[in-house]
Design a protein around this ligand. Sequence first.
Ligand SMILES: Cc1cc2nc3c(=O)[nH]c(=O)nc-3n(C[C@H](O)[C@H](O)[C@H](O)COP(=O)(O)OP(=O)(O)OC[C@H]3O[C@@H](n4cnc5c(N)ncnc54)[C@H](O)[C@@H]3O)c2cc1C
Ligand code: FES
Length: 258
Amino acid sequence: MKLQSARVLSHQQLYRDTFLMWLSCPPVARGASPGRFLMIHCAQGYDPLLPRPMSFHRFRETDGQRQFAILYDVRGRGTAWLSERQPGEGLTVFGPLGKGYAVSRDAQNLLLVAGGLGVAAVIALAEEATGRGKAVTLLQGARTASKLYPPKELPKAVEVLSATDDGSAGHQGPVTDLLADHLPWADQVFACGPNAMFRSMSQVLREARTRKPVQALLEERMGCGTGVCYGCAVFARRGVKLVCRDGPRFELRDVYPY
Ligand SMILES: Cc1cc2nc3c(=O)[nH]c(=O)nc-3n(C[C@H](O)[C@H](O)[C@H](O)COP(=O)(O)OP(=O)(O)OC[C@H]3O[C@@H](n4cnc5c(N)ncnc54)[C@H](O)[C@@H]3O)c2cc1C
Ligand code: FES
């Protein structure tokens, strides 16, 4: 995979501890789509050595050029370094990588389920789908109200229902509490969030006695992003799979059976 240079176009703290960075890198933007990801070297030299995976958060066309954004929280050294980058600076990146979300042509009602910063990976899907006239409902969960993705940043056509652990906005409890009511409406379900959310989703689906397919974007720590190091292996129904190469999009029931 060829390394590319991406230029930082803008960079802001969008909401509490969460940064939005727009980037220009035509070779990476070209094949990018919702649910796919890129790897970003988060260092001036070689420390930290390993690049960090980030989902494509949004896309836009400016002066005939496709640009993309990432949305991230500062977690450790890599993302702390990233948070200090200024517009005009260059980043070493490679991608696009992995298998993204696949929307069927006949699906009209799309249900998106996002836990925590999993919302980063579903916004581009919401934008593309509403642009094609599909109905989109987003179930969004966070620890507290200030960690919810700001509704004003979402396409107006998207219906948003929120859940917070502390009850400061929307339903008090896990976002998966909202799932059962929306399942009958949905033609397709797309999810991104922590493994605990996927476990809870599979339980809701089991209780609802449905085999409805759910596309889940899994997150594992990644070393190479290209299927070489086996650092991102997960046990799935048909054996060991690599999140970077075979995913990150998996059928939920292949990893969390229901
Ligand atoms: C396909 C994919 C897409 C991702 N997209 C995004 C995104 O859009 N926005 C975003 O903020 N983050 C995303 N992540 C997670 C992101 O890559 C990590 O937060 C980042 O690598 C942390 O780097 P760091 O050097 O700051 O922290 P580190 O020092 O490497 O780790 C800090 C903490 O984060 C945890 N962590 C590190 N990597 C992961 C991971 N992959 N999953 C869960 N916990 C992890 C560690 O266990 C540790 O507790 C994605 C991960 C994957 C695999
Ligand atoms: S990150 Fe190396 S094999 Fe997936």
